[in-house]
Design a protein around this ligand. Structure first.
Ligand code: F6R
Length: 271
């Protein structure tokens, strides 16, 4: 597990974008797993810059998003209408600014009338695409990846879930309050890839910033593996892992000295 600690949000965003750009360059047909939320916005902005200024090419890249609120999504009559869906978020923050093909974008459909069938279809599409090469992840304050809230099985698959009060509070503050949507009106359910689905990806890039994440980052990386902190499953993951965090998010980690030493050694030996 490479744990990379940098001083600022800008630095972790650039570092993370560079990892993604390197994978896209070495495999132009790669399959990316994408996250929404406030954390990856800087990373996506840097990817857009790399596309516009340095020609980073997304024309053959496929993407699968982690999750979507149930009851929101792409209204085919009014594409990307002013809802608070993750589909719209992705369109605004990334897709409309790069040369990805619409048919290569997969996001759970929050408007589906048959959520169970949809979840199975989504898993099948990931398999058909050959699996996810690089999964980008944030982390919720309760330790979730996607919307795998405490108590989700560490082997879980794509499914419908109810959101916790804490996640509702966080997402209300970040996305709904300014849109004049009340906390009661915002969606209380979501479709999410499972922890088992995420663990099947070939590489993980987890990003976190700010003091709000310091407690959960310590639990995730240094605490016991437990379904109460679903992202702690990272400790069982067999592929390559980069955890890219700023000083504030790293504040409660016990072994930062060792992580910095490991980063230096890895660089020195080209690992
Ligand atoms: C979003 C997602 C969530 C977020 C997490 C952190 O697609 O999967 O797990 O990564 O809630 O959100 P932010 O980045 O807003 O702190």
């Amino acid at each position: 597990m490479n744990i990379i600690i940098r001083h600022s949000y800008e630095q972790i965003s650039k570092y993370s974008a560079q990892i993604i750009a390197n994978r896209v360059k070495s495999n132009p047909r790669c399959v990316l797993g994408l996250a929404t939320g406030s954390t990856p916005i800087g990373t996506y902005q840097e990817l857009v810059r790399l596309h516009k200024e340095e020609g980073l090419d997304f024309s053959q890249v496929k993407t699968f998003n982690l999750d979507e609120y149930l009851g929101t999504g792409i209204d085919l009559e009014k594409p990307y209408s002013m809802d608070q869906s993750y589909a719209r978020f992705m369109h605004e923050e990334l897709f409309k600014n790069i040369n990805i093909k619409q048919e290569n974008i997969f996001i759970p459909n929050g408007l589906t009338k048959e959520p169970k069938n949809f979840c199975k279809w989504y898993e099948d599409e990931i398999k058909k695409a050959g699996g996810i090469d690089l999964q980008i992840l944030g982390i919720g304050r309760d330790g979730h990846w996607g919307f795998n809230e405490p108590g989700s099985s560490l082997g879980s698959r794509t499914r419908v879930v109810a959101l916790t009060e804490q996640t509702l509070d966080d997402n209300y503050e970040a996305f709904y309050k300014n849109a004049n949507i009340s906390r009661e009106q915002m969606p209380h359910f979501a479709i999410t890839m499972g922890i088992g689905t995420i663990l099947e990806s070939r590489e993980i890039l987890m990003i976190a910033n700010g003091s709000k994440k310091s407690g959960v980052i310590a639990k995730c990386l240094e605490g016991p593996v437990t379904a109460q902190i679903t992202s702690s499953a990272i400790q069982l993951y067999s592929g390559e892992i980069n955890v890219v965090i700023d000083d504030e998010a790293a504040y409660e980690l016990k072994n930062t000295h060792h992580y910095r030493h490991m980063e230096k050694m890895n660089k020195q030996y080209g690992l």
